[in-house]
Ligand binder design. Structure first.
Ligand code: 5RP
Length: 222
């Protein structure tokens, strides 16, 4: 069921690719489907900047040109999914531990298109997912304590080392009433590399594959 919804949402997202430009691609099961559809629809794109080794491997398998982000100076559209999205198009991301590259590429891109199934569209962020934070390993105890002072509970994600050699803390019970404020606060803690709240740079367009097999599009720019 969820695969079908990822498919229909991905097909709708691909229609936004108009020119032979470089696009950004995130990471995860939704994006894995997106890559397959990008290939099968034979879209003419110059190349891709990828957020994870897994996505890069898959893109190369389908013969897409994968560019190193430091070598390019413009990304038109960034396509990615999320763990949760609210009606302001703010997101929790990082279920796949690729949040740092995802944040860099999404901030670099002109437009961020987020592709989700209906289960991920929530009234309030944090309902069913913790907020992942990528941290420098030596800061683990300090950050865990610091977060406990604001009532949050940080749990070390087991058997996970990020592509940057860091750890992931999954943070529960954070106050997400104002996601931008919380994102800014966590970014001030020494040792934090990236917080998986994408509220300052939220999505520009959210494409939702719905349970009734239709697609709903939120686009505040139009
Ligand atoms: C990876 C992410 C993913 O976009 C998020 O976890 C959703 O993944 P999936 O498409 O597998 O549900 O942020 O870091």
């Amino acid at each position: 069921m969820m695969n079908k919804l990822k498919n229909i949402a991905s097909k709708a997202a691909i229609k936004y690719i108009k020119n032979n430009n470089i696009i950004g691609i995130g990471s995860g099961t939704t994006i894995s489907k997106f890559i397959e559809i990008l290939y099968s629809e034979n879209k003419n794109i110059k190349g891709v900047v990828s957020a994870s080794k897994y996505s890069t491997k898959k893109l190369k398998k389908y013969n897409f040109n994968v560019y190193e982000i430091n070598k390019i100076n413009k990304i038109g559209i960034y396509f990615d999914s999320a763990d949760e999205v609210n009606d302001k198009m703010q997101m929790i991301k990082g279920g796949g531990a690729a949040l740092t590259n995802e944040k860099i590429i999404s901030n670099y891109a002109d437009i961020f298109i987020c592709i989700i199934d209906q289960s991920k569209y929530v009234k309030n962020l944090g309902i069913s997912h913790p907020v992942p934070i990528e941290i420098i390993p030596s800061a683990k105890t300090f950050i865990t304590r610091k977060l406990s002072h604001i009532g949050a509970i940080a749990k070390l994600r087991k058997k996970t080392i990020t592509e940057h050699g860091n750890l992931i803390l999954d943070v529960y019970k954070l106050n997400l009433y104002n996601p931008i404020k919380t994102e800014k606060y966590i970014n001030t803690i020494p040792g934090v590399v990236t917080v998986g709240l994408f509220a300052q740079r939220c999505a520009d367009i959210v494409i939702i594959g719905k349970y009734n097999s239709t697609v709903s599009i939120i686009n505040k720019k139009i």
